[in-house]
Ligand binder design. Structure first.
Ligand code: SF4
Length: 453
């Protein structure tokens, strides 16, 4: 994956994404629809002290900061109809207009960026919940290095990762092994002439084969240790087989040979379970609601399992922001969707490649869990795009439907999600997901919807 790098203010490499543009178009969407807009303690008093009559056009400026219902003890901007009370009807921030960008909460100033600090440097990730990012509008992010350096210096939207992610709970990796896997996943994502959904599926297949191969190699060598060096020869051998069939060290014979071909053959198999798909997506959609409702644990578990079983028998409806009315789930898979149409594929490829770049897998519990979550996000994307199409009276998903679905998935399941806290609050849900992800047909069932092409 080509990237460019500059230096952070403290002298580390700051990697900038390639192929991504951004300039705020002031659409105002980022001021709404999030669970909460947290305000850092030293900003609370300053914002409260701003007289209401200095905030021209603010929708409801009295008492703008309240305690967060989701993060007890922390302060958040008060929301009115799901949107910041200081936003104007024209979609602009009244604080910014009156007192400049430094007057806003740190999270607002940092949006749409989030930084991940790794042993390989700092990566500047960008959120696809932003309209300009979705549309790839504005100048290249790679050309905005000075701005990003400054943002990195003040933002609270950064996460330090001290050690490389594990491949699975029982297979640790060193940083070089992680980056080699990332590069293979990117190569699978950019395979020419392969349907997009098969490329995503191939990533899951690749990781499954790699984990199996390393476990077998460690068992036969008697190297059952939590030490990445113990499986280094097997790891290198697997990747050589993957790249060139093991026949020509150093050469890259491409995806038609060796294990690449095996991965592709498996990913091309037409096996999936519509019942498992509906059940998984029904439960996943309910997962997002659990946090919003803040019900007791028992009620939350009951809701998830009920959604799972109702989904399996094809019952229930889907509610999303901006939908005029809930959509019957049975209608979703009757909507035509072609993820391989050029404009759809360009957006999907840009998004999923950026997720690798911004290190979504590094911040996941382990790489395999991260990829299986990504398959769930892909399934939800298809559902939500179909729901927005139905709501707009269309029989086929259009680019705008896919963008809206992507914004929603990014907000509630990925970049801005509260899943980590969700699993902390409801630990049984994590085990529930592990069991779903372990089903042999899981990834296949997420990859392909029943779309009419
Ligand atoms: S969503 Fe993006 S483009 Fe719209 S106001 Fe927020 S930062 Fe600007």
């Amino acid at each position: 994956m080509e990237t460019s790098a500059i230096q952070t203010e403290d002298g580390r490499a700051l990697h900038l994404p390639a192929g991504q543009n951004y300039a705020c178009i002031q659409c105002g969407r980022s001021c709404g629809e999030f669970w909460e807009i947290l305000v850092e303690p030293d900003k609370v008093g300053e914002i409260r002290a701003r007289p209401s009559d200095t905030l021209a056009g603010a929708r409801d400026p009295a008492d703008p900061i309240v305690e967060s219902p989701f993060s007890p003890g922390r302060q958040t901007m008060r929301l009115v109809d799901g949107c910041c009370c200081l936003r104007t009807d024209a979609g602009l921030c009244s604080l910014h207009a009156a007192f400049g960008p430094e007057s806003k909460p740190n999270v607002c100033r940092s949006f749409p960026y989030r930084f991940v600090e790794t042993p390989g440097g700092v990566y500047a990730g960008i959120s696809f919940a932003c309209t300009a990012v979705l549309g790839n509008l504005g100048p290249a992010v790679a050309g905005q290095g000075d701005e990003l350096r400054r943002t990195h210096a003040f933002t609270v939207h950064k996460r330090a990762v001290e050690r490389p992610p594990d491949l699975t709970v029982d297979i640790p990796l060193d940083w070089a092994q992680y980056t080699a896997i990332e590069s293979d996943l990117d190569a699978l994502l950019t395979l020419e002439g392969v349907p997009f959904e098969e490329r995503l599926l191939a990533q899951s297949v690749y990781l499954g084969l790699l984990a199996k191969f390393l476990r077998q190699a460690r068992a036969s060598a008697g190297a059952e240790t939590a030490e990445p060096r113990a499986h280094a020869p097997a790891f290198d051998h697997f990747r050589r087989q993957m790249r060139d069939g093991g026949q020509a060290p150093g050469s890259d014979a491409g995806p038609e040979t060796g294990l690449w071909a095996t991965v592709r053959r498996i990913a091309a198999r037409r096996r999936h379970s519509p019942l498992l798909r509906r059940a998984c997506l029904g439960a996943a959609h309910e997962l997002r609601n659990v946090h919003g409702r803040r019900r007791g644990r028992l009620r939350a578990y009951t809701d998830i399992y009920t959604a799972y079983f109702l989904g399996a028998v094809g019952r229930g409806s889907l509610s999303l922001p901006a939908l005029a009315r809930p959509i019957d789930k049975r209608r979703l898979e009757r909507v035509a969707f072609d993820p391989n149409a050029p404009e759809m594929q360009a957006l999907l490829r840009r998004y999923f490649r950026h997720r690798l770049f911004r290190k979504d897998l590094v911040v996941a519990d382990d790489i395999q869990f991260g990829i299986q979550m990504q398959m769930l996000h892909w399934g939800l994307l298809q559902w939500y795009a179909a729901a927005y199409a139905i709501d707009g009276g269309r029989r086929a998903v259009e680019l705008e439907d896919l963008r809206e679905a992507l914004r929603y998935v990014e907000k509630y399941y990925v970049m801005h999600s509260t899943f980590e806290r969700l699993f902390g609050d409801y630990p049984i849900l994590r085990g529930f997901l592990d069991r779903l992800f372990g089903q042999p047909l899981y990834a296949f069932s997420m990859a392909r919807g029943g779309w009419v092409l």
